[in-house]
Design a protein around this ligand. Structure first.
Ligand SMILES: *Cc1c(COP(=O)(O)O)cnc(C)c1O
Length: 322
C-alpha cells in the first residue's frame, strides 16, 4: 500500500463541504458522570446528527466530491445500518439517484426508512446471494459509484469533522474515546485530534466479543475475525480497512473493549441522567471510558456519542433485562 494516507487538510475541507448541510451537534456535560469518574467529560452528541448518526458526515462529504458525470449516474451502498441511510439522504440532498442493497430480511422499519430517504432498495437473500458481487454487478450495469462505509479517504475525512467540532468547542483535551467498527470514525477523529490537540490520548472502543482492532494493533497487521455476537450492531465488522488501519496504528494510543452489559449500563445512564436515546454501538465510547482501565482522574475527556438509531421496543427490552 503506497497510497498516501489522508490528512487533517482533508478533514478541514470536509468541514467546509458539510457547512449548512450537517448539524453542528451539541457538546453536553453531566455533573453525575464527572463526579463518578473524578474527571470532566465532554459528550459530542452525534445521536442528534441528521439521520441520527455521524455517518451523514462521511457520506455527504464523499458524495459531494463526485464529478458532474458521476453524480448523474448516482451512487450505491450495501448496508443495513446507518451508512445506508446516510448515503440515501445525502444523495437526495445532492439530487443524485441512489441504490441501497439490503438483506431481504432486514427489519421492515429500516427498509421503509431507507426508501423514505428516496433510495431505490434492492434486496438479496443473505443465505444464497453474495452482496458484494450483486452490488458490483448493479454498479457496473448502471455506472454507479460504490460508496464504502469506512475504508475511503473522503468518508473518513467527513467523520473526522465530529472531533474537529468537539475540540473547537472545548479546547484541548487529555483523552478522547471513540466507538470503533471498521475505523472510519476513529481514524478521521484521530487526524483532527492530532492536529488540534496534539497531546490528547486517543482510544478506540470496540465490543469485547469482536476485538479485531485490538488484535490488529498488537499484531501489527489487520486481523480478521468471524462476525461477533454483540448488541453493538454498528460495530459487527470483521476487520479494519487498509486506510483506517494505517492511520489508527500511527495516531491512536490504544484500543479497549466493552461488554454488552457495560453498553446497557451506559445506555441506561444516557436515558436516565442525560435524557437521551443512544443506540448500543453509540454507548461504546462511554463504556470504554468507564471500564477500559484508563486513569482519567483530573482530566478533560472527550466522548464521541456516535448515534441514536435504536427502536423503542428494543431499547425498552435491553433496559428491562440489563
Ligand atoms: C458505523 C457506526 C460506528 C462505527 O463506525 P466505523 O467508522 O465503522 O468505525 C459506530 N457507531 C455507530 C452508531 C455507527 O453507525
Amino acid at each position: 500500500m503506497s497510497t498516501a494516507l489522508p490528512t487533517y487538510a482533508d478533514v478541514d475541507a470536509a468541514a467546509h463541504r458539510l457547512q449548512g448541510h450537517a448539524h453542528r451537534t451539541p457538546v453536553l456535560r453531566s455533573s453525575t458522570i464527572d463526579a463518578l469518574l473524578g474527571a470532566q467529560l465532554f459528550f459530542k452528541c452525534e445521536n442528534f446528527q441528521r439521520m441520527g448518526a455521524f455517518k451523514f458526515r462521511g457520506a455527504f462529504n464523499a458524495l459531494s466530491r463526485l464529478t458532474a458525470d458521476e453524480r448523474r449516474r448516482g451512487v450505491l451502498a450495501f448496508s443495513s445500518g446507518n451508512h445506508a441511510q446516510a448515503v440515501a439522504l445525502s444523495a437526495r440532498i445532492l439530487g443524485m439517484p441512489s441504490v441501497i442493497v439490503m438483506p431481504q430480511d432486514a427489519p421492515a422499519a429500516k427498509l421503509a426508512a431507507t426508501r423514505g430517504y428516496g433510495a431505490e432498495v434492492i434486496t438479496y437473500d443473505r443465505f444464497t446471494e453474495d452482496r458484494m458481487a450483486l452490488s458490483a454487478r448493479i454498479a457496473g450495469e448502471r455506472g454507479m459509484t460504490l460508496i464504502p462505509p469506512y475504508d475511503h479517504a473522503h468518508v473518513l475525512a467527513g467523520q473526522g469533522t465530529a472531533a474537529k467540532e468537539l475540540i473547537e468547542d472545548t479546547g484541548p483535551l487529555d483523552a478522547l474515546f471513540v466507538c470503533l467498527g471498521g475505523g472510519g470514525l476513529l481514524s478521521g477523529c484521530a487526524l483532527a485530534t492530532r492536529a488540534l490537540s496534539p497531546d490528547c490520548r486517543i482510544y478506540g472502543v470496540e465490543p469485547e466479543a469482536g476485538n479485531d482492532g485490538q488484535q490488529s494493533l498488537a499484531a501489527g497487521h489487520i486481523v480478521r475475525i468471524d462476525t461477533p455476537r454483540t448488541i453493538a450492531d454498528g460495530a459487527q465488522t470483521q476487520f479494519l480497512g487498509d486506510i483506517t488501519f494505517g492511520i489508527i496504528r500511527r495516531d491512536v494510543t490504544g484500543i479497549v473493549t466493552a461488554s454488552d452489559a457495560q453498553l446497557v449500563e451506559s445506555m441506561r445512564f444516557y436515558a436516565e441522567r442525560m435524557k437521551m436515546v443512544v443506540e448500543p454501538t453509540g454507548c461504546l465510547s462511554l463504556a470504554g471510558a468507564r471500564h477500559g482501565g484508563i486513569d482519567l482522574r483530573g482530566q478533560r475527556v472527550g466522548v464521541i456519542v456516535s448515534g441514536g438509531n435504536v427502536d423503542m421496543a428494543r431499547l425498552a427490552q435491553l433496559l428491562a433485562a440489563g
